[in-house]
Design a binder for this molecule. Structure first.
Ligand SMILES: Cc1cc2nc3c(=O)[nH]c(=O)nc-3n(C[C@H](O)[C@H](O)[C@H](O)COP(=O)(O)O)c2cc1C
Length: 166
């Protein structure tokens, strides 16, 4: 079993990044910060090992955690650049946890209305619980608070339950 947590924020020091690190820590997995990948390869102007390796790691994961800042009431364009490069059905047999960090609680449905359908189009199985956070869910050091970590733990437990036997 392997977990990969993908941070779709342009920042690798932000709250979204901190939530990504927390997911990887809880699931003993690894972090991919999309912002650290080669920009030209992300927009298909060539190939680069950083993008190739990221796509391979995502395809091989048994549990995938997609974590995005909320931009214009949906997931980030940066995350979409990665998802669009995944081959069809590449998330078949992958349990997927959806998480977002926004300024406003008003967009808590954005994971259900946007990102869940993207994962389904790739054959992935999203868990029922989405992890939606706002600034109030983080401490001054950007660390996710215990309540947010509890929601993350619950979603990861659902991922474990839907995975096929090894
Ligand atoms: C271009 C842009 C659009 C945004 N749109 C929304 C939005 O529609 N809803 C919302 O709740 N927050 C919105 N935000 C706020 C971000 O989701 C929020 O600042 C988030 O914490 C960013 O996460 P990060 O700094 O950890 O990457 C937007 C921010 C930017 C830069």
């Amino acid at each position: 079993m392997s977990l990969v947590a993908v941070n779709g924020s342009p920042s690798d020091t932000s709250k979204t990044h901190a939530l990504t690190v927390a997911a990887a820590r809880l699931g003993q997995g690894s972090v991919i910060d999309v912002s650290s990948l080669d920009a030209n390869a992300l927009v298909l102007r060539g190939e680069h090992p950083s993008v190739r390796d990221a796509l391979a790691a995502i395809s091989a994961a048994t549990t995938l955690v997609l974590i995005t800042p909320v931009y214009r009431a949906t997931y980030s364009g940066l995350l979409k650049l990665v998802l669009d490069q995944l081959p069809p059905e590449c998330l078949h047999n992958t349990a997927v946890v959806l998480a977002a960090n926004g300024n406003s609680p008003a967009h808590f449905l954005s994971l259900d209305t946007g990102l869940r359908a993207v994962v389904a189009s790739l054959g992935g199985w999203t868990v029922p619980t989405v992890v939606y956070a706002t600034g109030a869910d983080f401490g001054e050091d950007n660390e996710p608070n215990p309540e947010l970590l509890g929601r993350l733990r619950a979603a990861l437990a659902e991922a474990d339950r839907i995975l096929p036997p090894a």
